[in-house]
Design a protein around this ligand. Structure first.
Ligand SMILES: C[S@@+](CC[C@H](N)C(=O)[O-])C[C@H]1O[C@@H](n2cnc3c(N)ncnc32)[C@H](O)[C@@H]1O
Length: 214
């Protein structure tokens, strides 16, 4: 993803038609669809959470822009019990609900647009984003305003000053995320991700950073 230009990946129509296709695939041959940035990046976050003393199986987790919900399925398989996923695509929510139900997992899913205030969702100990801020950044109209609205929503969704906002991005570097979020969040930890070397510089394909409220 590229953060300078709008793209169809920043529109609700794109995601709705994409999950419409994925739900048909799931129903016909059980394929859960795309796991963004591969399963390793999801597992790295889950492994990190499992190692934190303050995190327990009753910790409340909200996955924002949950898509097919596979991150929450991963946490549910580890015994987490207070799991919620939201997405602005009703078809994504339908797909995620089907997958959870078929695996006998109790996960709450709701349709919600994160660029609008979400007073009814409540607050959470952990808010997780994988690829959603990236998608919002690609919105063809007013991406800067949409990013700001998203960050206001996330801040309100965090329960306390110690609650965690974990984000995995492929189109923002760690420094860019810290700068973007600087008015509301402070960097707490960086979850190591694989690096590559190009032209003498070392970079990351994906970045996973944990923030806390300022
Ligand atoms: C790149 S996909 C990532 C899906 C999932 N997090 C994963 O890792 O597989 C981006 C997701 O964000 C959702 N999304 C984009 N903008 C959103 C918004 N404003 N509110 C809620 N969900 C949004 C899309 O519908 C899509 O499911």
């Amino acid at each position: 993803m590229d953060n300078e230009h709008g793209s169809e990946l920043g529109t609700q129509e794109y995601w709705e038609s994409s999950y419409n296709r994925e739900i048909r695939n799931y129903k016909s041959h059980g394929d859960v669809g795309e796991i963004w940035f591969d399963e390793d990046s999801q597992q790295r976050v889950i492994d990190w959470l499992l190692k934190q003393e303050e995190i327990c199986k009753q910790t409340t987790v909200l996955d924002v822009g949950c898509g097919n919900g596979m991150f929450l399925v991963g946490l549910a398989n580890e015994g987490f019990s207070q799991l919620t996923g939201v997405d602005y695509s009703p078809k994504a929510v339908e797909l995620a609900q089907n997958i959870a139900q078929d695996n006998n997992l109790s996960i709450t899913y709701k349709v919600a647009d994160l660029t609008q205030l979400q007073n009814e969702l409540g607050t959470f100990d952990v808010v997780h984003d994988k690829g959603t801020f990236d998608a919002i950044s690609l919105c063809p109209d007013n991406p800067k305003e949409k990013r700001a609205l998203y960050l206001t929503t996330v801040e309100k969704l965090l329960r306390t000053a110690d609650s965690l906002f974990i984000i995995t991005s492929c189109n923002w570097t760690e420094e860019e995320l810290a700068t973007n979020f600087g008015e509301k969040f402070v960097r707490h930890h960086t979850i190591p991700t694989p690096t590559f070397k190009f032209g003498g510089k070392v970079g990351n394909v994906v970045t996973s950073v944990v923030f806390k409220k300022l």
